[in-house]
Design a protein around this ligand. Sequence first.
Ligand code: IPE
Ligand code: MG
Length: 211
Amino acid sequence: MDGNGRWARRRGLPRTAGHTEGEENLAALVRVAVTRDVGWLTVFGFSTENWVRPRTEVRHILGLHKKLFGRVAELNELNVRIEWMGRPFDSPDARTPKYVQQAIRKAIHDTRQNTGMVLTVAFDYGSRAELVHAADQARRAGETISEQTISQHLYVPDLPPVDVLVRTSGELRISNFMLWQIVGARVYFTDRPWPEFDAAELDRALALVRR
Ligand code: IPE
Ligand code: MG
């Protein structure tokens, strides 16, 4: 979900206003995705690389994740189950603060009965960290390292392979997102910043796999 900062700057607003708008847009887009029968929507909320940003910006983004994971009533109304992927809270390099951990745990628990779309939020996520973690888990379990065992130890093992990967805001790169899972994905690049990624944009991305 790239381009919040640029969206804000173009309007003469602080970057934090762009993140706020981006979170609102995600809530709106989840609704649209449900009407389009999307089974799995996975979004990159915050990466293992994003912690170096100015402290006030990081704090603002953390607050927005608390808000996002707090949208349980909306998600239940939409029959959406929430998931999270990122460095496990008990791992030595994990950075997720306690209050965000609690919001994540509660959201997962309070939407666990929903049978519709699965919304997975990547927070404190990096694909390389995920793959190292998966290999390490397999090794600790005494398993042979294989495509199957790595797949079984990904953060959310039941996530199906990605059909279409979207990158917003004119960035033509992947940036450490789901490198294992996107092996056969179509890719939709758009110049629109994330706060302007709307229903028509989602339909253009889906058209790559639903022709
Ligand atoms: C995406 O918007 C939000 C996060 C990465 C947390 P950016 O903050 O990357 O916005 P730009 O790239 O500066 O426009
Ligand atoms: Mg960016």
